[in-house]
Design a protein around this ligand. Structure first.
Ligand code: G3P
Length: 336
């Protein structure tokens, strides 16, 4: 009898241990790649998503965040997510390469404020931009959240557009950005985000434009301490998931992914304005100057933005044409 009890106990423990291992093994790891550093809105959004997904799924999914281009620069990790070697990634208008409407996420001078953008994106623009995107890209967009409005960082003060026309300014390697730079009369040097700091160090560029969160995380203000608050583009990033993986999930799991992404985006929308304020303080505390552009410069950029909008309405260019562009403009205007 004693031997039977001991044997049962051992078997019970073994079964328990097996069950524990089983649970641990069952947790599926979701890798998310991004381009920004720890502490930036994009990376915060990825971590928040992970926390929510783990909680909602009761540990069925674990999320591993790879920030700062640690799985490669944006083009590489987007390709890896499309082919499914990475489950998810965070990026922005880079995905316009597959679906021109996605460039409209960052239409210059479309939004007056974060509040305006939040209402318009959640009030219909998200759906308008995503119409047909998944079919073309093999990716599903789970949310949209802001990284911040773009401002210029330069070595010398910028009082008018003429002060930046002769400079070599970094722009993202995205048609929307190169077109807008051209319309502004700026000498845009297209390159991925991860190359910005080395290019400043080597004198390949004289400055560029970025959200304040990028300007502080890279500490580019140490080299280019003049920040001009033009706010010409609101950078919007999203979490994308490989569509085949998404479709393979049970309905309950799909709902967890959707809800985790929605909650993560809500958190970032709430955080970003305080992050902007903290960034201005950091730049000024380190000797940088943060100034408003002149009205003439604002007007110049607004006119350049409006000319850039025509890339979306020009049906003769199928690389940039967006059939429902006017609907996007109208939707944005309706929330002003
Ligand atoms: O959404 C596109 C945006 O991320 C491009 O800007 O400066 O992050 O390369 P940047």
């Amino acid at each position: 009898m004693k031997r039977f009890v001991a044997l049962s106990l051992i078997m019970g423990l073994m079964l328990g241990a097996t069950a524990m291992v089983g649970t641990a093994q069952a947790a599926k790891t979701i890798k998310i790649a991004g381009m920004k550093a720890e502490g930036e809105p994009e990376t915060i959004g990825m971590h928040k998503f992970g926390e929510y997904l783990e909680k909602l799924s009761n540990g069925k999914y674990k999320v591993k965040v790879y920030p700062n281009s640690s799985l490669g620069k944006e083009d590489k990790y987007i390709a890896d997510t499309r082919r499914g070697t990475i489950e998810m990634c965070a990026t922005g208008t880079q995905v316009a390469a597959f679906h021109p409407a996605m460039a409209m996420m960052e239409t210059p001078m479309l939004y007056d404020s974060y509040e305006h953008a939040y209402k318009a994106i959640n009030g219909g623009i998200f759906e308008l931009l995503n119409e047909g995107f998944t079919e073309k890209s093999g990716l599903r967009t789970l949310n949209m959240f802001p990284l911040g409005f773009r401002h210029f960082y330069t070595k010398n003060p910028v009082k008018s557009i003429d002060d930046i026309k002769g400079l070599k300014l970094r722009v993202p390697n995205i048609t929307l950005y190169t077109t807008f730079a051209k319309e502004c009369g700026i000498n845009g040097q297209a390159m991925p985000f991860a190359e910005v700091m080395s290019s400043v160090d080597q004198g390949v560029i004289d400055g560029g434009d970025s959200p304040l969160s990028d300007i502080t995380s890279t500490k580019v203000y140490e080299k280019c301490p003049q920040i001009t608050l033009t706010g010409h583009i609101l950078v919007i990033h999203s979490l994308f998931i490989n569509e085949k993986l998404y479709q393979s999930l049970p309905d309950q799991d799909k709902a967890w992914f959707n809800e985790a992404a929605r909650l993560a985006a809500e958190d970032v929308w709430k955080l970003v304005q305080d992050m902007d304020k903290a960034a201005v303080k950091e730049i000024e505390d380190h000797g940088g100057t943060v100034s408003e552009p002149t009205q003439a410069m604002k007007d110049h950029m607004a006119a350049a933005a409006k000319r850039t909008w025509t890339m979306f309405t020009d049906s003769s260019n199928d690389k940039t044409y967006v059939p429902n562009a006017q609907a996007v403009f109208d939707k944005a205007a309706s929330f002003k």
